[in-house]
Design a protein around this ligand. Structure first.
Ligand code: HSE
Length: 430
């Protein structure tokens, strides 16, 4: 055993302060597990006065100087966002330091270039905390499942939206009311855009798809829809057919051989209450993986919060510290498959549609004809009510998403259809 490994911590918010505390509280165990003590060399923050709990001698506003300091061995980046995080990480690599990051937005935008820079410098870039907080997920995808062929990765990877949708299902509340409650209780941020509009989940989907399919995927490749248009009617309609509404991140391999591609999307969808993801309530996250040999796997746990996210950061810290001692660098993701990313228009999906119609002879036939003209096959039809208050509830078979959305547009223009009251995609129905 020789001297301590010194860590530069960039950012000291909820996650950073939990990292700092756990490094101190678990110093003995970390030393035993790594083979050398871990010490914090400095903590870079914007406003030192806001961090009275951090020893003043550790605080600095000069993150760029901290990451290149000779006595720093490893860098932990928990500031988030694209800049200055990217420049600081690249500077750390150039100075020979490995980096642990929790930065999903950066990894989803620039993962390939960052991994290339890490490989060139012979150092590590680990980011387990970037997706689904405490849940060990990226290492299982990158290492444990490296000998298998993955077919699908479907996740609830945003706790804020899962909390809102869970409350809508439990109470019958609309989106605005459930969002207000989530904000009041601290589940939603003051500006909930990144969560509610699906940006957070899209970044995580890009990272998951890149690892699962050995194909570079960026957040810009991900089709993204948020939950603000999900209505209490959608949630009630889902319950009527034994389903619940979840915001899903869906990464899948579509087609085979020369026609093989990946489709990556984030949108609300109905899933059967018997599906393992349907039971994931409140702010929890879960990811369901389907692989050729392994079959179905489920990862579940806390996807946010200081301590859960710090747990994932510390796991990575131990890994990169061990590599540092042995002089090795872990292999980054491989992008050798380089599969094309399929457009949403071409991605096969299924829709659940509710229509208010006049209950007259021939209406069902005209509606069915519209589906047929767009090449969309109907799986089930149900009529509720009669007379002036009839509702048709239609679930389709799988069809290209563009054909389904064109069908809905045409239905909205049909004289026989008074209103299209609910349209949601359906996942996981047999
Ligand atoms: N804001 C995210 C969520 C957690 O609501 O799950 C951080 O990715």
């Amino acid at each position: 055993m020789s001297g301590p490994l010194k860590v530069a911590l960039l950012g000291c918010g909820t996650v950073g302060s939990a990292v700092l505390r756990l490094i101190s509280e678990q110093a003995g165990d970390l030393t035993a597990r790594i083979g050398r003590p871990v010490e914090v060399a400095g903590v870079a923050v914007r406003r030192p006065a806001h961090h009275p709990d951090v020893p003043a001698g550790l605080l600095t506003t000069d993150a760029a100087a901290l990451v290149t300091r000779d006595d720093v061995d490893l860098v932990v980046e928990v500031i988030g966002g694209i800049e200055p995080a990217r420049s600081l990480i690249l500077a750390a690599f150039a100075a020979g330091k490995s980096v642990v990051s929790a930065n999903k937005a950066l990894l989803a935008e620039d993962g390939v270039a960052l991994h290339a820079a890490a490989a060139k410098a012979g150092v590590d870039l680990y980011y387990e905390a970037a997706v689904a907080g405490a849940i060990p997920l990226l290492r299982p995808l990158r290492e444990s499942l490296a000998g298998d062929q993955l077919r699908r990765v479907v996740g609830i990877v945003n706790g804020t939206t899962n909390y809102i949708l869970s409350r809508m299902a439990e109470t019958g509340a609309g989106f605005a009311e459930a969002l207000a409650e989530a904000t009041e209780l601290g589940y939603a941020e003051a500006d909930p855009t990144a969560d509610v509009d699906g940006f957070d989940a899209a970044s995580k989907a890009a990272i998951l798809a890149s690892l699962a399919f050995h194909t570079p995927v960026t957040a810009a490749d991900v089709h993204r829809e948020g939950i603000s248009a999900v209505s209490s009617t959608d949630v009630a309609r889902a319950a009527e057919i034994g389903c619940t509404v979840k915001l899903l991140a869906i990464c899948e391999r579509v087609g085979n051989g020369d026609d093989g591609s990946v489709a990556v999307r984030v949108h609300p969808a109905m899933i059967p209450t018997s599906h393992p993801l349907a039971a994931v309530g409140g702010a929890f996250n879960a990811v369901f993986v389907e692989a050729e040999a392994a079959g179905q796997l489920m990862f579940y746990g806390q996807g946010a919060g200081g301590e859960p996210t710090a747990s994932a950061v510390l796991g990575d810290l131990v890994a990169v510290a061990r590599n540092r001692i042995t002089g090795a660098a872990g292999q980054g993701p491989t992008g050798y498959a380089a599969l094309p990313v399929r457009s949403m228009a071409d991605t096969p999906t299924r829709y659940h549609v509710s229509l208010d119609v006049a209950d007259k002879p021939g209406v069902l036939a005209t509606v069915a004809q519209e589906f047929a003209q767009h090449g969309v096959s109907i799986s089930t039809v149900r009529q509720d009510g009669h007379g002036d208050a009839a509702t048709l509830v239609i679930v389709t078979h799988s069809a290209p998403d563009a054909a389904l959305s064109a069908t809905i547009a045409a239905l909205r223009d049909m004289p026989a259809v008074r209103d299209v009251t609910s349209v949601l995609r359906v996942e996981g129905l047999s």
